[in-house]
Design a protein around this ligand. Structure first.
Ligand code: HEC
Length: 160
């Protein structure tokens, strides 16, 4: 389980850094993410990559998920090889569900606060809890939903 705690710490540190250094770093980050996305999607030139929500989701995915699942969600992030349980390729979720992206199920897996029947302990962080801490009071739940929805919109756009 060392992989998970290492990742959790790294991600939190990265968020603190991002929060501190406001817009300039953010803009630079955006450009980097846009470049990586363009590289990842370049061949297909997917129009949805230019969509705002997809772009926001791509940034969130890059920040929080890419280290394990890889920027293009193919299960090949830099941490993947070190993990006890390999992070799965997330680009085949729709194909595995009769061509329809299983929005609700993926939402619940990512959120993770409600234990799912038949799923043992997880090696993936409980994102609902982590995102909760980014908001305060009544806004926490809105932040959680917004973050997860953006990420899901991105994930849906990379299904193949
Ligand atoms: C520390 C590594 C790690 C990070 C970071 C991570 N995951 Fe995962 N993820 C996993 C592992 C490992 C699994 C396999 C199930 C398990 O062990 O929990 C998984 C499973 C999943 C699944 C279920 C796939 C399936 O076929 O059932 C989804 C969806 C998913 N992750 C989405 C995300 C999203 C979205 C993020 C970012 C918000 C994220 N993951 C961040 C490691 C990670």
């Amino acid at each position: 389980m060392t992989g998970v705690s290492t990742a959790g710490t790294g991600i939190r540190q990265r968020e603190r850094m991002l929060n501190r250094s406001h817009t300039r770093r953010r803009d630079i980050g955006r450009v980097i993410v846009a470049g990586m996305l363009a590289a990842a999607l370049g061949a297909t030139g997917s129009a949805s990559a230019h969509d705002d929500a997809t772009q926001a989701g791509a940034e969130q995915f890059y920040l929080h998920c890419g280290v394990c699942h890889g920027i293009a969600a193919r299960g090949d992030g830099p941490l993947a090889a070190l993990m006890h349980r390999r992070p799965p390729d997330l680009t085949g979720l729709a194909r595995a569900h009769d061509g329809e992206f299983p929005f609700q199920a993926v939402y619940e897996v990512v959120d993770g606060r409600r234990p799912l029947a038949g799923h043992g302990d997880r090696d993936m962080p409980v994102w609902g809890k982590l995102f909760e801490r980014q908001g305060s009071g009544a806004w926490s739940e809105t932040i959680v939903r917004g973050r997860i929805l953006e990420i899901l919109i991105y994930l849906r756009s990379v299904q193949r």
